[in-house]
Design a protein around this ligand. Structure first.
Ligand code: PEP
Ligand code: MN
Length: 351
């Protein structure tokens, strides 16, 4: 589904379809500048808005304009769907690429209804993260589409709603997309820096961080006249600005040398992990032997001086790195608790 000339996913287009002229002109300029690089042209037809009375999309009137864009520029169009009726309406009008918005994504009933509506259809579904920071819900939404037989499922990180007055519109909480990628390395994960930033000036920084973390592409809002946009006007780039942004970003394409180096280091890490696992198992069996001796000689489980000397013993190996020191402290506390639990659980011997 990704353009054959570039190995990255790029989805761009306006927040919303506003008029034939606006959507056509935006698509035309994007096609002129980025033909061959765009995977999909995005355009909201029904817009979820926080306040009643705000512009909520032109609805079905957009379809003839979007069909023209698909045909004239050979640019597949992607639309937000928030219910089965949206899916049906898109399918009747030749639109087979959808995204699930962050607000819809918090409701498993609606996501299931949409998944049922696409069952048996050849569609592409982009699943944005839910507005609340719930990794399992995001993964679960993806699975609903997979179970409905959808072969092309992509994930989109668009940040998380946050009650604090922050510079960014949505908190990126990078640990969540990273955990998503760890759980589903087989799926393309895109970042939507437009909705994370909320303002043009932060888009580049957010996009670069996402690429540095290893995301597979970007979804960006783009409008031929952002200052006149009826929704999300502060975060939309002109096609020219989008072209400049893409030139300035460093897309990660590891060279063979770097890959070889990483493979060697990862092998080393695997060996270290195996040794640690064996050593920890050995340590636990020694702890059980200690528990046995304490029981036989009526010695209390907790002996603070003994534990302090264990901690001191570790300190001689400390790296002068604050993160490492904090990790070591947490690790030692965890190990102490586990040792105590293990000693409590040790069955009295029958000997
Ligand atoms: C959008 O992409 O225009 C949109 C409404 O996104 P989100 O669901 O991420 O807010
Ligand atoms: Mn938007």
């Amino acid at each position: 589904m990704v353009s054959s000339t570039v190995n990255r996913y790029l989805v761009a287009g306006p927040c919303a379809v506003e008029s034939r002229e606006q959507v056509y002109e935006t698509a035309r300029q994007l096609h002129e500048r980025l033909a061959g690089e765009l995977s999909l042209f995005r355009a909201g037809v029904w817009k979820p808005r926080s306040r009643a009375g705000a512009f909520s999309g032109v609805g079905e009137a957009a379809f003839p304009w979007l069909q023209q864009i698909q045909q004239e520029f050979r640019l597949p169009v992607c639309v937000e769907v928030a219910g089965a009726s949206h899916v049906e309406s898109c399918l009747q009008n030749g639109i087979t690429r959808f995204w699930i918005g962050a607000r819809t994504a918090v409701n498993p009933f609606i996501v299931q209804e949409i998944a049922d509506a696409v069952r048996g259809q050849q569609v592409t579904v982009l699943v944005k993260n839910p507005a609340i920071p719930d990794l399992q819900l995001w993964l679960g939404n993806v699975e609903r589409f997979e179970k409905a037989g959808v072969k092309e499922v992509w994930a989109v990180h668009r940040g998380f709603a946050d009650s604090k007055e922050n510079i960014l519109r949505n908190a990126p909480l990078w640990e969540i997309p990273v955990a998503f990628k760890v759980a589903r390395p087989d799926l393309p994960l895109l970042c939507d820096p437009s909705h994370i930033s909320g303002k043009k000036q932060y888009i580049k920084q957010i996009a670069q961080i996402a690429l540095d973390y290893g995301c597979d592409g970007l979804m960006l809002e783009c409008h031929c006249q952002p200052e006149c946009a009826l929704s999300d006007s502060e975060q939309q780039l002109t096609p020219e600005e989008l072209g400049e942004l893409l030139k300035s970003l460093v897309f990660k394409q590891p060279s063979q040398n770097v890959e070889d180096l990483l493979r060697k280091q990862r092998t080393l890490i695997r060996h270290i992990d195996a040794q640690m696992a064996q050593l920890l198992a050995r340590r636990f069996s020694v702890v059980q032997e200690i528990a046995q001796i304490k029981r036989e000689h009526n010695i209390p489980l907790i002996q603070p001086e003994q534990w302090n000397s264990v901690v001191k013993n570790y300190q001689q190996y400390e790296l002068k790195d604050a993160d490492y020191q904090e990790f070591l402290q947490n690790f030692l506390n965890l190990m102490h608790q586990a040792s105590l639990k293990c000693q409590q659980n040790t069955e009295p011997s029958n000997d």
